[in-house]
Design a protein around this ligand. Structure first.
Ligand SMILES: [Fe+2]
Length: 301
């Protein structure tokens, strides 16, 4: 893939399906002014300001960035990109990253309301101690491969994850798996149980007071497999569904084709939510451990 104005484009070393997008220093300098025009309150309260900063970002690429990332995130053979600064840049802080992530999200679509945070994005910490009710903040447990939005009514076409800050972190690497690289995909996709409706609930912290029903597997327009799955939230109705979910969980975690990567602070990962699964390796125990993440999930425009 060729570079575009203000950005360096390359294939990720670990997977030909992931594209790295590095923002050049002078592009970051040029973003500071349009980003400063709106504070986070404006960004959160006035949805149109999010499109304004998205346009500023795209304009800096001579409007080449939007078509590029839209193509990557939809293309079956790719579906994932990671945006980061080409060099460590002192002008990038957490506020800048929230705005940059917001801009990228609005070039590919419209975010869903994040019920956990009560706005269009969520910021959260993973720390040594945790009293929450989901795996999201459990530092020392493997977060198994999953897709997002399994328990909500809104369509979740894509997800964006940004690493805002990290201290005293060892382990906690990001795990990614593309369905077409998964050794057991055909077997599980062709199991009729996977096409049955499952009930999906969620724990209290997610602030969703309903349950949804949908199968684990579906087909895209060309008949290729799509998955909507997370280990914690399906409520199997019977033994068949229970056994199927256990088999699915085991064969995902056993995959040798997972991509395990240590994403530096400032990385923004965007993935198609139909054929990419994501997870996290456990952290090494440290009382001072702290990682802050931001997420946005949404629909294609
Ligand atoms: Fe997730």
């Amino acid at each position: 893939m060729n570079d575009i104005s203000g950005f360096e484009i390359s294939t990720n070393q670990l997977s030909k399906r992931i594209i790295n997008i590095k923002i050049k220093d002078n592009t970051i300098e040029k973003l500071i002014f349009p980003f400063k025009k709106f504070d986070l309150t404006a960004i959160e309260y006035k949805p149109f300001t999010r499109f304004t900063i998205a346009k500023s970002l795209d304009d800096l690429s001579q409007n080449q960035l939007s078509p590029l990332i839209n193509k990557i995130v939809r293309e079956r053979n790719l579906g994932c990109f990671i945006v980061s600064a080409q060099n460590k840049n002192s002008n990038i802080d957490d506020i800048f990253l929230v705005k940059l992530s917001t801009a990228i999200a609005h070039l590919i679509g419209n975010p869903n309301h994040d019920s956990m945070a009560g706005k269009f994005y969520a910021r959260f910490h993973v720390k040594h101690e945790d009293k929450s009710d989901s795996y999201l903040r459990k530092a020392y447990t493997n977060m198994d491969l999953h897709t997002d939005g399994t328990y909500v009514k809104e369509t979740t076409d894509w997800l964006l994850m940004t690493k805002l800050e990290e201290k005293n972190v060892e382990g906690g690497e990001t795990a990614m798996l593309h369905l077409d690289d998964w050794e057991y995909c055909d077997e599980l996709f062709n199991d009729p149980i996977g096409r049955q409706n499952f009930i999906w609930g969620s724990p209290k912290s997610k602030n969703i007071d309903y349950k949804v029903e949908h199968p684990v597997f579906s087909e895209d327009k060309s008949g290729k497999p799509q998955i909507s799955y997370i280990d914690q939230f399906p409520e199997p109705k019977n033994m068949d569904q229970g056994v199927f979910l256990q088999k699915l969980s085991d064969s995902l975690e056993e995959s040798k084709n997972k991509i395990i990567t240590k994403l530096p602070v400032g990385s923004i990962l965007v993935a198609n939510n139909y054929f990419w699964l994501h997870g996290r390796k456990p952290f090494v125990v440290n009382k001072l451990l702290s990682r802050e993440l931001m997420r946005i999930r949404g629909k294609f425009s």
